[in-house]
Design a protein around this ligand. Structure first.
Ligand code: ATP
Ligand code: MG
Length: 597
């Protein structure tokens, strides 16, 4: 998915090809037997559905009186043929039933696994992927698009395959009855094949456009819901409504274009099928008559040929009808495989080992980093933090403080240099073990919709209620939680709007403490709590966090004055460092900051 915004169409780099379809089908590889069974049944069902016409031919030729003469043993033959006709009809219905059941299993298996893979991939992709794409466009791929693929496999796939078989078998049967009809088969199949291909191409293009507009609209809705507070605060409802109507209108137009194509193509293709079949039959009849061999063509054979021609054209029509779902599916597959094939920027080495932190020293060696190529945020940064040290990062907005701590958890990979924890390069260890040892509380706290206690437990799912409450007590969140209508079981929304900014921070802090990491990163962790609570929380730094390597970022300098080292970050690196007293004495950047506050 190319980087874009809600009003920009996505550029699909990898176009649909047969290999993608193969990959999709392979999702249900363990159902190999099921595939064989379904294919055999589909051939069987197609075949069975055609046999009654052959029986009709037999009845006409062998049961009906010929020139007023009733054939011998007419009753026996009639009963036999009708019983066979009845059995075959039942068999055909049974085949249909079993095929449809099996295709539902296959379709669901394929889509379940596809969706699991997609979700796993989305969890694996680095922040860079999400930084530049609207969430709605990602979301719609794992929901709507996969659902539509399931629909195709469950409802359309069998019909398409079955009708292909019917077309092949009818042509073979017609040729078997009257070999001179082979020319007719070619006459019909080739132009129809070309017609189908042209329709599929045009529909696929329409579908792509349709997907784009649908994606844009979803992206806008998702963004609007996330930013509802801001929208209301700035009275943007009416303007956003206009944007939505415009996006919806574009989607509607794209959809209508697809519908118009479909409405034009289907009657056209149906008429095409019928005209070609009639022409073919007419030509064959002419050929037979002109060769004076018409007498060889029995009435029964004529009936069967006409019936099969009818079946052939019906099968063709069903194929045309299913083309829309097929092209819908191909347009969806492109987008889904594009996500699946996206390489994460953060790749674990094959021989990555577990990170064991006996001490917790962190070292930046000549680190240069940029989010966007050519615009570096950090340049040649050198920094060594001893185990158990409390480091404070201060500096102007946008200086790179959050960036520095994000790099320790390997949320982004550096351009050059290395970051080492206890001497081990973080690129040599597994991401799971690295992030397990580091507790991060980022600037924008995120809570999940659910009970308060579950939000705390998020860090360690096996933690008991008592442990969660203990963590809340440590960060002085217990009192406010108990004042909530249902205490720890009060449900909060994903944006935690039922809580104040400070309360949200305290909850996130409790969550982090419960995880008990060795290295702790607090990015503006207490910026929203009142000064009284902050003083209490600060005691934590000297008790609970003692012995752990801590990175604390704060604009409020009272939070960090007791840090072992204070780093003043600006101009792509560290401009000043020392403890509070040293830096005040220095009368440099930090001193200026303190004076301003
Ligand atoms: N995901 C991103 N993609 C591109 N640029 C980014 C990204 N995140 C941050 N930046 C840029 O990198 C620079 C450093 O940002 P960073 O968030 O590290 O600053 P900060 O020191 O934490 O600022 P603040 O005190 O406001 O939190 C800024 O210029 C910012 O615009
Ligand atoms: Mg920041």
């Amino acid at each position: 998915m190319s980087r874009n915004l809600y009003y920009e169409d996505e550029l699909i780099e990898e176009k649909f090809n047969g290999f993608m379809f193969k990959r999709l089908v392979e999702y249900a590889a363990e159902y190999k037997m099921e595939y064989i069974k379904v294919t055999a049944l589909m051939i069987g069902a197609s075949f069975l559905s055609l046999v009654p016409a052959a029986i009709n031919m037999k009845i006409i030729n062998e049961v009906l009186p010929q020139n007023g003469v009733v054939p011998d043993n007419v009753l026996g033959i009639t009963v036999l043929l009708l019983s066979l006709w009845f059995t075959l009809s039942i068999g055909s219905v049974l085949c249909d039933f079993i095929t449809s059941k099996a295709s539902t299993t296959l379709g669901n298996t394929i889509v379940c696994k596809l969706r699991e893979d997609l979700f796993r991939k989305l969890m694996e992709l680095s922040f860079d992927y999400y930084d530049s794409r609207p969430t709605g466009k990602i979301l719609i791929r794992i929901t709507n698009y996969t659902d539509e693929i399931a629909d195709f496999f469950i409802n359309d796939m069998t019909r398409v395959v079955q009708n292909v078989f019917i077309m092949i078998i009818t042509i073979i049967c017609i040729c078997l009855v009257e070999v001179r009809m082979a020319g007719m088969a070619i006459l019909v199949s080739i132009p129809l094949g070309i017609l189908l291909w042209v329709i599929a191409k045009a529909l696929h293009q329409c579908m792509r456009n349709d997907r784009n507009k649908q994606s844009n609209r979803t992206a806008f809705v998702a963004e609007d819901i996330n930013g509802l507070e801001v929208i209301k605060a700035f009275n943007r409802e009416a303007l956003n409504d206009e944007i939505f109507v415009e996006l919806s209108d574009k989607f509607h137009k794209a959809f209508m274009q697809t519908t118009r194509y479909r409405e034009l193509f289907f009657p056209l293709s149906f008429a095409g099928v019928r005209i070609l079949c009639s022409v073919a039959m007419y030509l064959t009849a002419l050929f037979i008559i002109s060769n004076h061999i018409g007498a060889e063509l029995t009435l029964g054979a004529l009936v069967i040929i006409t019936t099969y021609m009818q079946r052939f054209s019906n099968a063709m029509y069903v194929m045309c009808q299913r083309l829309q779902s097929f092209t819908n599916m191909t347009a969806n597959i492109e987008r889904i495989f594009e996500v699946l094939d996206t390489e994460s920027d953060i790749v674990e080495k094959k021989d990555a080992k577990e990170l064991e932190i006996p001490y917790g020293s962190v070292e930046f060696q000549d680190v240069t980093f940029s989010y966007v190529n050519g615009i570096s945020v950090l340049e040649h940064l050198d920094l060594k933090i001893e185990p158990g040290q409390m480091i404070a990062l201060v500096g102007p907005t946008g200086a790179g403080k959050t960036t520095i701590v994000s790099l320790i958890s390997r949320f982004y990979d550096i351009d050059s240099g290395s970051i080492r924890i206890d001497g081990t390069d973080i690129r040599d260890v597994t991401l799971e073990s690295l992030r397990h040892r580091i507790g991060v509380m980022m600037q924008d706290t995120f809570l999940f919709r659910g009970e308060i206690i579950e939000n705390i437990r998020f860090a360690r799912p096996e933690a008991t209620d008592e442990e969660c409450i203990e963590a809340a007590k440590k960060v002085f969140a217990h009192d406010f939680i108990m004042k909530k209508p249902e205490g720890y079981h009060t449900v909060i929304s994903s944006q935690g709007l039922e809580l104040s900014g400070g309360e949200r921070q305290l909850l996130s802090f409790a969550r982090l403490l419960l995880a008990n990491p060795d290295i702790i990163i607090l990015d503006e962790a207490t910026s929203n709590v009142d000064t009284e609570t902050e003083k209490l929380v600060q005691k934590l730094f000297t008790t609970v966090l003692k012995g752990k390597t801590c990175f604390i970022i704060a604009h409020r300098l009272s939070t960090i004055r007791n840090a072992d080292r204070i780093l003043y970050i600006d101009k792509k690196g560290i401009l000043e460092e020392g403890n509070h007293e040293d830096l005040l004495e220095k009368k440099g950047y930090y001193y200026q900051l303190v004076c301003h506050q």
